[in-house]
Design a protein around this ligand. Sequence first.
Ligand SMILES: [Zn+2]
Length: 319
Amino acid sequence: MAQHFLLSPAAKTLSLVKVMRMSDEEAREAFRNIRWADTGGDPVCPECGCLDHYNLKTRQVYKCKGCAKQYSITSGTIFHSRKLAVRDILAAIAVFINGAKGYSALQLSRDLSVDYKTAFVLLHKVREAIGLARDHGALSGDVEVDGAYFGGYVKPANERKDRKDRRRSYNQSGKRQVVIVARQRGGSTVTHVGAHEAEGVQLIARTVARGTTVHADEASHWDRMAAHFPIKRINHKEAYSKDGACTNQAESFFSRLRRAEIGTHHHIAGKYLAAYAAEMAWREDARREANGTQFTMAVAAATVAPKSLAWSGYWQRRT
Ligand SMILES: [Zn+2]
């Protein structure tokens, strides 16, 4: 049997040990080399783009000779006004990358011995940066679409006489959401979170190139795509794959997201579901990249992502 990719040497080009053995200066150099790859790691002023600067070593900042503004290696990135050392941020990204089923803030807070709130915001910033860096263009070729419901679990009462019919809408929590995935075979994965699976019809219209063959299951709302795309249907009551039609790639995505929900996060609050779905889509698409490559992709994404509106000062706004 072929060796699983994650067991091969090619998959392992980065380790947490390597990051944690870096000195502060080495970590900063690694970050600089990724952030300012175009200039070989030389600082570029985030305000005016000037290359000339004074190096104020004691405060670990640069002063621009063009506009006189001071900036650090994380200024103007998603880690603007960070609390953690650059090495700790790199270590957090390294362990995040290695979590095939996702990685939780609680675990990061224990692994790096940082405050839970810091860990929570840091990981969401990484997710946001990765999401912003993704540019999949229009999906084409063969695209699979499917939806799956998450959240809104209603615990059954202990005694049978007290139990309610949880299939009835008035006995549900109203928090159930559907994740819809559109997945190009051998290409990118796009996700959407909404109230009904039928919203996937718009997702397909928005993200898929004309002429693309779309694979879907037997649910009737997918009929509406037939006016714009060649459609292949698979009835899961009959088979998972038949006459070239299947949605198995979409199912693998849901399997990874479900494992992240149950095995890593235990509970995903509704408003973060879209972020976790997008993270898992990225993990699926990058799964054949060595972890060192994934690490560089994530750090590079963080260096080009602007200061986060959603996550900067998140806890200050909530207290
Ligand atoms: Zn400047």
